[in-house]
Design a protein around this ligand. Structure first.
Ligand code: ZN
Length: 475
């Protein structure tokens, strides 16, 4: 706070001298207030909300969601009641049609389950438990939980988290899934990702929760629901969760980011003023219908998906041709061997490039991964981010060990590091060399992992060098 030279009316000085000092004080105060105001305005900006980096394409989110939805609907009792269903669709569509929901093919289904829960799968399928409707005090609260779930879908939190957790096996899996046209969830199951308890796709971080609250608030506001009801409902449920009620799962998947009401209130200040008139007044009637629903049937068992494709055991089949093609991403461009195909979202900066014959289920035997690694500290320090990336790679593949520690070098005038690792190769009886190259970028690293069987490595180094020499960034 600005310090007053002396408060009005308490001047200890003689009148004239004092007036001068007093006025100086006023000016000083005004300037300080102005500075404080400018500082506060620049700090307290409305938070930018957009999806984090992701190895999956948006289409893959959608495909995954459809496959999981088919599995889930065999296991949970979906309510077939036209009135309840129509009610849920009306609310859902009002929210999903907001531009912030990013036009995923959202679906809304009611699950006959007394526990207070709701969840959304990547790409849009959204489920609301009857227990949640029973617990909501008003339609805005119900819409609030749905908007929060929609926000997780639009911000792609599930696949963002999976991408961060599986830096090597996921690109391999995605290349395999695309090459074979296989079920994406079947491939995910092979690398240990499913929808079970604590699934990386469904258990969100506190940061993701805060962002889902904020984007959910924008969606609600746009649809004519009062965003504060979402935060109030969460806080009310959390207060009750301590008393052993049936809300455990929701807060285990959606941990409280803290100060929910306050942060939604802050967000509302940025939103266009609305009369919150969307609520239909039908909630009491719907609660009555829910009370009259027959008891749910017992859930079935989940089928275990089959194994993915297996590559050729002859590494020569996946060797680079010696000729190159240009890859153009959003910010990055580079050359790659022309007999290797690009997998991942075309035109993005996260791609896996290889010959299909080098994919063995969840492992790549030969090829390259190009991707972005978000700085965990958000400080963007080349050395420590590279160390974190290597640690993450080794968590993802426990057979991996560093054989040459990271060293700095300049790559086309960019600050870069390289490290060499070794691991088990999917080519039988072979070891594999993984060359990791990291490039300093705003917010983290752009990195390449070049993968080859040890016996192939001397012959392929030249091709990897060519790729690296061609790397350019748009800015
Ligand atoms: Zn959440």
């Amino acid at each position: 706070m600005p310090k007053l030279l002396h408060p009005a009316g308490l001047c200890p000085f003689a009148a004239r001298k004092c007036r001068v000092r007093y006025h100086e004080g006023m000016k000083l105060r005004r300037v300080t207030f102005l500075l404080l105001f400018v500082a506060a305005a620049s700090v307290a900006q409305q938070r930018q909300l957009k999806p984090g980096w992701n190895l999956f394409s948006k289409q893959q989110d959608v495909q995954m969601g459809k496959e999981y939805a088919a599995q889930i609907e065999k296991q949970v009792p979906v309510v077939r009641n036209s009135e309840l269903d129509a009610y849920l669709q009306r609310i859902g569509q009002k929210l999903a049609s907001r531009p912030e929901a990013d036009s995923y093919p959202y679906t809304f289904k009611l699950v006959n389950d007394k526990s207070i829960n709701a969840f959304a799968l990547p790409g849009g399928p959204t489920y609301v438990h009857t227990g949640l409707i029973a617990a909501a005090e008003n339609e805005d609260q119900l819409a609030g939980v749905m908007a929060h779930e929609i926000a997780h879908v639009a911000l792609r939190h599930g696949t963002n988290q999976a991408s961060k957790a599986q830096l090597i096996s996921l690109p391999a899996m995605l290349a395999g899934a695309l090459a074979g046209g296989d079920s994406i969830t079947g491939m995910l199951a092979q690398i240990g990702i499913g929808l079970g308890a604590n699934s990386v796709l469904m258990k969100f971080s506190r940061n993701a929760e805060r962002d889902a609250d904020l984007l959910g608030a924008r969606i609600m506001n746009g649809a004519g629901y009062n965003p504060i009801e979402m935060a109030r409902f969460f806080e009310k449920l959390e207060a009750e969760a301590g008393k052993g009620s049936a809300i455990g799962q929701f807060f285990s998947d959606h941990p409280n980011p803290g100060n929910r009401v306050k942060s939604v209130q802050d967000e509302i200040r940025y939103l266009p003023q609305k009369k919150y008139a969307a609520a239909s007044g039908e909630l009491p009637q719907m609660k009555k219908l829910i009370e009259d629903l027959p008891a749910p049937r017992k859930p079935g068992r989940q089928a275990v998906p089959s194994a993915g494709p297996t590559g050729s055991q002859d590494p020569a089949a996946s060797r680079p041709s010696g000729r190159f093609k240009q890859y153009q991403g959003r910010e990055v461009s580079f050359l790659h061997p022309d007999n290797w195909d690009v997998f991942g979202e075309r035109g993005s900066d996260q791609v896996t490039i290889l010959n299909q014959s080098a994919v063995f289920g969840q492992q790549i035997g030969y090829g390259m991964i190009a991707s972005f690694f978000e700085s965990p500290s958000r400080r963007s320090d080349l050395r420590s981010d590279t160390a974190q990336l290597l640690e993450q790679l080794r968590r993802d593949n426990p057979s991996m060990r560093v054989t040459e520690n990271p060293r700095r070098f300049r790559l086309n005038n960019l600050q870069a590091m390289y490290a060499r690792l070794q691991s088990d190769s999917p080519f039988r009886g072979s070891r594999e060399i993984d060359l990791v190259v990291t490039i300093d970028r705003p917010g983290g690293l752009y990195y390449f992992v070049f993968i080859a069987p040890e016996s192939e490595y001397p012959g392929v180094q030249n091709a990897f060098d060519q790729v690296l020499r061609s790397v350019r960034f748009a800015n």
